[in-house]
Design a protein around this ligand. Structure first.
Ligand code: URA
Length: 210
């Protein structure tokens, strides 16, 4: 994967995303749609994985059949909204290892501060897919990728649902080696750091909080 941003324009993804954006969509529907979209995005984010062959026996004969090569990949959820993407991706890649990164924004410095970090071992040998539905300012995404690189990750992809042009630019500047896979690139960030038109607060909408 060489392009920095992959915009997944598949009709199923776009239709489901439109349903998610609507303000009257219920928490249950929002969650279900996110699960469905994350499986479709998982298909894209794993494109081009290295392959090998394994000898198997069909009912008719032996064959060298294709399988994914290398160590089990690692999915890393950026808390808390990342968990909404994680579930669907895990359904498609059930053997993946899973990590979590928790960051909050310091009210004075406005910088992201780590409050939780737990990731699989041998990150340097794995494809690491960091998931967070909203790439808004890019501050927390950049900080999360910094932490993953400090932990040894060398091959990282970033999966989101919506990205702002500002967030993409920030990620490209800080982590040009990390491809971004997104279902939409929206117009801009508003003064409160929300993506517009967007879908509101992804965490609140998927967990039913306010
Ligand atoms: N996080 C969200 O949940 N929504 C936005 O629009 C921006 C950041």
């Amino acid at each position: 994967m060489t392009d920095h941003v992959t915009h997944v324009t598949h009709p199923l993804v776009q239709h489901k995303l439109t349903l998610m954006r609507q303000k009257d969509t219920s928490t249950a529907s929002f969650r279900q749609l996110l699960r469905e979209i994350s499986q479709l995005l998982a298909y894209e984010v794993t494109r081009g994985l290295p392959m090998t062959t394994r000898q198997i026996e069909t009912p008719l004969q032996m064959m060298d059949a294709p399988v994914i090569d290398g160590k089990k990949l690692a999915l890393v959820s950026i808390l808390r909204a990342g968990n909404g993407l994680l579930d669907g991706v895990l359904e498609l890649i059930p053997s993946a290892r899973v990590g979590f990164v928790g960051l909050y924004r310091d009210e004075e410095t406005l910088e992201p501060v780590q409050y939780y970090f737990k990731v699989p071992t041998e990150l340097d040998d794995r494809l690491v897919i960091a998931v967070d539905p909203m790439l808004a300012t890019g501050n927390s995404s950049v900080a999360a990728i910094d932490l993953l690189k400090n932990a040894g990750a060398k091959n990282i992809r970033f999966l989101c649902l919506l990205a702002s042009p500002e967030g993409i630019a920030r990620m490209k500047e800080a982590h040009p080696d990390v491809p971004i896979i997104t279902a939409a690139i929206d117009e801009k960030l508003n003064e409160k750091g929300y993506i517009v038109p967007g879908l509101g607060d992804a965490g609140d909408r998927m967990f039913g909080t306010k």
